[in-house]
Write a protein that binds this ligand. Structure first.
Ligand code: ADP
Length: 269
């Protein structure tokens, strides 16, 4: 008999800290109960991965995370035959493991992966919920506890790297953005240990730098970088050094842009 994990999840006691922006937690839970795949869109470092970790713990589900990159192939996800002491043995990839064991499979930055990845995702994301493994001849039926979650950053999209409509339209999608200022201050203070009063000017600077996105900068300062900045300051680094190391250097290599950002920082802090 199949275990009734789907109806009786074991909620974790210590949930990874996550401050919701809206009703995304409820939507996630509903999608899981209805066995629908989920697509999270939003800029890098705005809380998508933390959200998935939080929800996996809340629902008492194992989490299998894969950070996609441009060399990632379908075989990296499904598995491959390996040589072991003269024998050839099949080794499940993370997606196959998640389908066999149940739980959440989170494919971070899915648009980075090779195009053949979408081929294995399609039969998993419609009502068949199957994973065909051509090499072993198996056809795995995803258990009720299995859920596929993918994320991508629409800001990085180019014509070459985008999610095809035929793939996107298989997912329930949630858009993420940086939190409202007071919430983001609370997150950065909680994660870094720096007081809210000292975090606030960093947030004001981050917002000014985010406004430059698309002009001089490809990406704005993420919440992740703000947490780094506040953590350095909490550890005794001067504000100027911390801001340069976390909110300016990671954003650009262009000397003129860097100078302009330093000016903005001096004027704001
Ligand atoms: P993404 O997956 O969107 O690139 P992450 O989930 O890794 O971003 O978020 C980066 C960091 O920012 C987290 O490690 C956490 O410290 C912080 N963070 C961002 N948003 C939130 C949030 N809503 N609640 C709690 N922490 C957050």
């Amino acid at each position: 008999m199949k275990p009734l994990l789907h109806s009786v999840p074991q909620p974790a006691i210590d949930l990874p800290y996550y401050v919701p922006a809206g009703h995304e937690c409820e939507l996630f839970e509903l999608a899981w109960h209805k066995r629908l795949p989920l697509l999270l869109k939003g800029p890098t470092g705005c809380g998508k991965t933390r959200f998935v970790a939080h929800m996996a713990s809340k629902l008492g589900l194992p989490l299998h995370t894969v950070s996609c990159h441009d060399d990632l192939t379908a075989a990296d996800l499904t598995g491959r035959y390996l040589l072991k002491g003269g024998d050839t043995v099949w080794a499940d990839g993370p997606l196959t493991r998640a389908v066999r064991e149940g739980g959440i499979c989170y494919l971070d930055e899915i648009v980075e992966a090779r195009k053949d990845v979408t081929v294995v995702l399609h039969p998993l994301t419609d009502d068949r919920r199957i994973l065909p493994l051509d090499r072993t001849g198996e056809e795995l039926q995803a258990p009720d506890t299995f859920m596929l979650v993918v994320s991508y950053n629409p800001g990085y999209q180019t014509l070459l790297k985008s999610l095809k409509p035929s793939t996107r339209q298989r997912f329930v999608a949630i858009e993420f953005d940086f939190l409202p200022i007071d919430h983001e201050i609370a997150v950065v203070a909680a994660e870094s240990g720096l007081s809210s009063d000292r975090v606030r000017p960093l947030l004001l600077l981050a917002r000014r730098l985010r406004a430059l996105k698309g002009q001089d900068l490809e990406e704005g300062v993420s919440t992740r970088l703000l947490v780094y900045c506040a953590s350095l300051i909490a550890a005794g680094v001067s504000s100027e050094e911390a801001v340069t190391a976390t909110m300016i250097e990671p954003l650009t290599d262009d000397l003129d842009v860097k100078k302009a950002l330093i000016e903005v920082a001096r004027a704001t802090l």
